[in-house]
Design a protein around this ligand. Structure first.
Ligand SMILES: Cc1ncc(C[n+]2csc(CCOP(=O)(O)OP(=O)(O)O)c2C)c(N)n1
Ligand SMILES: [Mg+2]
Length: 311
């Protein structure tokens, strides 16, 4: 969690220094992200993130410079191996990874792999049609998938109260015939236990679960957002007191916290050095892997791009 927090701070600094074009801070959501990802069995499960899941990448042991390469705009989905890492590329389409996870879970069920998918999405994403279709499909086929909603209070400037009728994302699960649980998303042990139970149930044929982790986005939506325009400092301060890192630290000795800080500082400076050393892949790659057989329109774009370069 501390590596995630310190690297998150570093990413914001890199954005301010003009290295990263943009970044979506995860500050405050480390317990939800690390606790849930730590419950995965990386030999058979697979995770489908959105754009704010740095803590998931950290907990899954993904190459972090490669992961942050997405923010560097070097490559569509980072410069790490999603298949080997069991973490799908960063997805900025709100609700997008949810359908992908359900498709993967259908495949896992048909192939009887014994693995489960977990997908991350926000309170705002829970209003997307795609998410409801995905949940219904997963409920009907009893697929091995965990729908992990981080309810961080906000969808950019829209509060959850204006987004979720009835006040709960977890309650919606009942309509799809699947389990729905709410968990204190700032309590890393509680998140871990709830996710482990849901993953076990999914792998044992018990079907999907919606987990709604109640948390708070302590920072801005992104490095180009100013939350002071739509929420109060009092609200932010109240949640800062419930910072998941402070809570986790209370379970540890001062020496353990100091050792964790030291480990995080070393990890972060290594990631920073690795990130700055990354070379851009050949620009031609922009057109590769889009389709198995390039379409006429894509070939035309490629031709126009080459022509403009030559000019
Ligand atoms: C399909 C789609 N619609 C709109 C957007 C613009 N957008 C980016 S993030 C966001 C809010 C999402 O809020 P939430 O799901 O709660 O996730 P959070 O950002 O709080 O982690 C919106 C509307 C988008 N990226 N994709
Ligand atoms: Mg949100």
């Amino acid at each position: 969690m501390l590596v995630a927090r310190r690297l998150d701070e570093e990413a914001i600094a890199l954005q301010r220094q003009g290295v990263l074009p943009a970044y979506a801070p995860a500050k405050g959501q480390e317990a939800a992200q690390v606790g849930s990802a730590a419950a995965l069995d990386l030999s058979r499960d697979f995770a489908f993130p959105c754009y704010r899941e740095l803590g998931v990448a950290v907990a899954m042991g993904v190459d972090l410079a490669g992961y942050l390469a997405t923010h560097l705009n070097l490559w569509h989905g980072g410069l790490y191996d999603p298949r080997a890492s069991r973490l799908a590329p960063f997805n900025a389409v709100v609700g997008g990874p949810v359908t992908h996870a359900v498709g993967w879970a259908m495949g896992a069920k048909l192939d009887d792999t014994g693995g489960a998918a977990i997908t991350y999405f926000g309170d705002g994403a829970s209003s997307q049609g795609d998410v409801h279709e995905a949940m219904n499909f997963a409920g009907v086929y009893r697929l091995p998938v965990v729908f992990f909603c981080q309810n961080n209070g906000w969808a950019i400037s829209v509060p959850t109260s204006e987004q979720v009728a009835g006040g709960s994302v977890a309650a919606r699960a009942a309509g799809y015939g699947i389990e729905g649980v709410r968990v204190d998303g700032n309590d890393v042990a509680a998140v871990f236990e709830a996710t482990r139970a849901a993953l076990d149930r999914a792998r044992d044929g018990g079907g999907p679960t919606v987990i709604e982790a109640m948390t708070y986005r302590l920072g801005p939506h992104s490095t180009s957002d100013d939350p002071g325009r739509y929420r109060s400092l009092d609200d932010e301060r109240a949640w800062a007191e419930r910072d998941p890192l402070l809570r986790a630290a209370r379970q540890l000795t001062a020496e353990q916290v100091a050792a964790a800080e030291e480990h995080a500082a070393t990890a972060v400076s290594q990631v920073r050095a690795d990130l700055l050393a990354l070379a851009a892949p050949p620009a031609e790659d922009l057109f590769s892997f889009v389709y198995r057989e390039p379409t006429t329109a894509l070939l035309e774009q490629q031709r126009a791009w080459k022509e403009s370069l030559d000019a």
